[in-house]
Ligand binder design. Structure first.
Ligand SMILES: [Zn+2]
Length: 445
C-alpha cells in the first residue's frame, strides 16, 4: 500500500473513531432513566407526602432500592414538576399513570361533560351513581378526544418517560348484578348498531322477561360481549395510535396498557365477559411497549392472599405470550388499600420473586405509603441514637428529621417520680413505634 493510501486509511479510521465517540457522548448526554423492573406507585396527594420536600420523597423510595416510579395522576393540573425532577436526580425513571374509564375528580372536565357519563345499571334503575369515581364512556367521541388531549398535554408539559393507561375496563365485577355495570348510553347503542346492523336494541339486563334479556336472547348477548371487547380495544388503539394519540404527540414515550387479572378458576372468562378485556387482542391491535396485569379487587382484598397468588395469573400471561412472545410484562399488587391487606416488605419481596419466576420482569405496588411497614419499620437510611443527655432520631433523607430531647433513654427508666415518668412516656408515645421500641417506658437502656 502506498504512503498516500496508508495516510488516507489513517484519516478515515480517525474519522470513524471521532464519529463513534461523538455519538457515544451524545448518547451519554441524553438521560437514560430506567423504565423496567421493580417499581412502586406513588400518589402524592396522600397524607404521608404532605409537607415533605420532593428530595426527601424521592430519596426515600430510592433508599428502598426502587429505580422506577409510577406517578398516579388524578388531576393533570396537580403534577408536581419539582417532584419529577427530584426522581430524575435520584436516577429514577417516571411513568405517568392515568385512569382510562373515568376520573376521581371532575374539576378539570369541560362544561357538558355530564353527557360523557356511562349509563350504568344504577342509571337504568334511577339510582344516583357512585360519587367517589365517575365512569366515562369509552365509546363517547367527545370523551375520547378530550382524553387524548389531556394525555398529550401532560406528556408535553412534564418529562415523563412512560405512560400507564390504567383501568380501561367496563365496570364491574361480578357482572350484570353490579350497580356499576355498563354502558348503555346512546353512543354505545350507535356503535353497537354500526357493528351489528341487524340489531336495534342493546340487551335488557333489568327485565328477565324482555325479548332482549340475556336469557331470552343469547345471540344478542354474545354479540354484546364481543362488542364490549372490541370497543374497549378500539378505544385503547385510538388513544395510543389514533390521530392526536400518544404515538404521534409524544413519540419517545413508552406506553404500558393495564388490564385486570383474577385468580378465580374461570378468571379469564370473567374478565372478558364482565369487564370486556382481552389482553391478547390488545397486545395484537394496540402494540404497547409493556402490558400490566392489575390484581383485581376480589384477589387483593383477601387478608390471607399469599405472595405466590400470581401463579393463578398464568392463563392471562399465556394470552399475551400467544399474541407477542417478547412483550415485557408487569404485575401490579395492592399492598394496603384496606386495613386487612396491608403487606410487609417480606410479602412484597416474595411477590416480586414469584413474578420473576413467571417471566414477568416488571412489578409495581399500590401504593408505597399504604404498606404495612410504614408505621412499623424504620425507614431505610434512618438511625437512632441514645446519648447521655439526649435521644437523637434522624431520617437520613434529603430533608432529614432530627428529634433531640433533654433526657436520655436511661433517665426514663431511672426516673423515680411517677409523674415525671408518665410525662416522658407521653412524649415518647408520639414517636414512631420503631423508635418507641428502643425506649420503652419503664425499661432502661
Ligand atoms: Zn356508552
Amino acid at each position: 500500500m502506498s504512503l498516500f493510501y496508508r495516510l488516507l486509511a489513517c484519516f478515515c479510521l480517525l474519522g470513524i473513531i471521532c464519529t463513534l465517540r461523538a455519538g457515544a457522548q451524545g448518547a451519554a448526554a441524553a438521560p437514560a432513566w430506567p423504565l423496567y423492573g421493580r417499581s412502586v406507585q406513588i400518589d402524592p396527594g396522600l397524607p404521608y407526602y404532605r409537607g415533605r420536600s420532593p428530595e426527601s420523597i424521592a430519596s426515600e423510595l430510592r433508599a428502598h432500592g426502587y429505580r422506577v416510579v409510577r406517578y398516579v395522576v388524578t388531576e393533570s393540573g396537580s403534577v408536581n414538576s419539582a417532584l419529577l425532577r427530584a426522581f430524575h436526580r435520584e436516577g429514577m425513571g417516571v411513568w405517568f399513570l392515568t385512569f382510562a374509564n373515568g376520573t376521581y375528580s371532575t374539576r378539570e372536565l369541560p362544561s357538558g361533560w355530564e353527557e360523557w357519563r356511562m349509563v350504568t345499571r344504577a342509571t337504568l334503575e334511577g339510582k344516583a351513581p357512585d360519587a367517589s369515581y365517575t365512569y366515562l364512556c369509552l365509546n363517547n367521541p367527545a370523551y375520547r378526544a378530550w382524553k387524548k388531549r389531556q394525555i398529550a398535554a401532560t406528556l408535553k408539559a412534564h418529562l415523563f418517560q412512560g405512560v400507564d393507561i390504567a383501568e380501561p375496563h367496563w365496570p364491574e365485577y361480578p357482572g350484570v348484578t353490579s350497580l356499576a355495570y355498563g354502558c348503555f348510553c346512546k353512543h354505545c347503542l350507535a356503535a353497537f348498531r354500526r357493528r351489528f346492523p341487524e340489531e336495534s336494541h342493546l340487551p335488557d339486563i333489568l327485565h328477565p322477561d324482555s325479548p332482549y334479556s340475556p336469557a331470552n336472547n343469547p345471540a344478542l348477548w354474545r354479540k354484546w360481549l364481543a362488542f364490549r371487547v372490541d370497543s374497549l380495544t378500539d378505544f385503547l388503539n385510538d388513544l395510543v395510535n389514533g390521530s392526536g394519540g400518544i404515538r404521534s404527540q409524544a413519540p419517545g414515550v413508552k406506553v404500558c396498557i393495564w388490564t385486570l387479572a383474577l385468580t378465580e378458576r374461570d378468571g379469564l372468562r370473567r374478565i372478558r365477559e364482565d369487564n370486556g378485556e382481552d389482553a391478547g387482542a390488545i397486545a395484537r391491535v394496540v402494540g404497547p411497549d409493556m402490558h400490566c396485569f392489575q390484581t383485581h379487587w376480589p384477589d387483593w382484598i383477601r387478608a390471607d392472599l399469599k405472595p405466590d397468588y400470581v401463579e393463578g395469573y398464568r392463563p392471562f400471561i399465556t394470552q399475551i405470550r400467544r399474541a407477542n412472545p417478547r412483550l415485557p410484562l408487569m404485575i401490579q399488587a395492592d399492598i394496603g388499600s384496606q386495613p386487612q391487606n396491608r403487606r410487609s416488605w417480606d410479602w412484597i419481596r416474595a411477590f416480586e420473586r414469584h413474578c420473576a419466576r413467571l417471566g414477568v420482569t416488571s412489578t409495581t405496588l399500590y401504593e408505597y405509603s399504604l404498606g404495612k411497614y410504614i408505621n412499623t419499620q424504620p425507614p431505610r437510611g434512618a438511625w437512632f441514637r441514645c446519648r447521655r443527655n439526649a435521644i437523637a432520631l434522624r431520617r437520613n433523607y434529603g430533608a432529614s428529621l432530627e428529634a433531640r430531647t433533654g433526657f436520655s433513654c436511661r433517665s426514663v427508666g431511672a426516673s423515680r417520680s411517677k409523674s415525671a415518668r408518665s410525662s416522658l412516656c407521653e412524649y415518647i408515645a408520639r414517636w414512631p413505634s420503631w423508635v418507641r421500641g428502643h425506649c420503652s417506658c419503664g425499661r432502661s437502656q
